[in-house]
Design a protein around this ligand. Sequence first.
Ligand code: BTN
Length: 239
Amino acid sequence: MLKEMICLEETQSTNLYCRQNFNTLQDGAVVYTTNQTNGIGRFKKQWVNAAGAALYFSTVIKHKIACPSALPLAVCLAIEDALERMYGISGQIKWPNDILLSARKLAGVLCEAVEGGFIIGAGINLSQKEDFFEKNKLPYATSMFIETGEKPRDVRALAMAISESIAAVLACLEKNGFAPLRGEYRVRCINLLNTVRCNDVQGIAKDIDLDGRLVVKTQSGEIVTITEDVSVEVIYGEF
Ligand code: BTN
């Protein structure tokens, strides 16, 4: 069946649009725009709009999924897969859900649980130049243009590729949980073996567990697991 793909010239937030229209959207429907006037990031932070220069993507999941705690991590892998298939680039991940190129943030993922399913959102920086990030005080952000010299033009094709890759990781989660995706996530994850700080906890990130949590060994030798609803700082910089 053909996937429902809704392209909006402008919207407040593609995640909000999906929430408001959840009942009428199909399972797997994709909503995207390049102009999002009130985008929301994790911890309800504003997600800065780069009109015409970024892809703002959301998709609607209208069923239960296996291992929901690992959903944002699996979605990061899906986006990495789509970027690799579309542009041949291979990025890294800052746990749990930041996609990096050259240690700068290219994309962010926001998964929201709603009654009857989930809304998966992603913002991907495409053709911003350095001055955009300087002006918006985002020194750790980057775009495809900055990293590759190319401005991706076909946002619909990218949205479609991301949607296909998300369908593939969801099928994998459904069948076998996070286990088969975990190895790839570990390889891409920049936190592992680095010092991280989260609230009062500081230590070395040792692993990602089967629920997608970050396993940290503190300075006193205690092992703690951190869930994705808290902010983790990598000591060499904040994103
Ligand atoms: C983060 O904080 O890193 C996650 C950012 C997620 C932003 C995307 S843009 C498309 C979708 N709509 C929103 O309002 N937020 C997400």
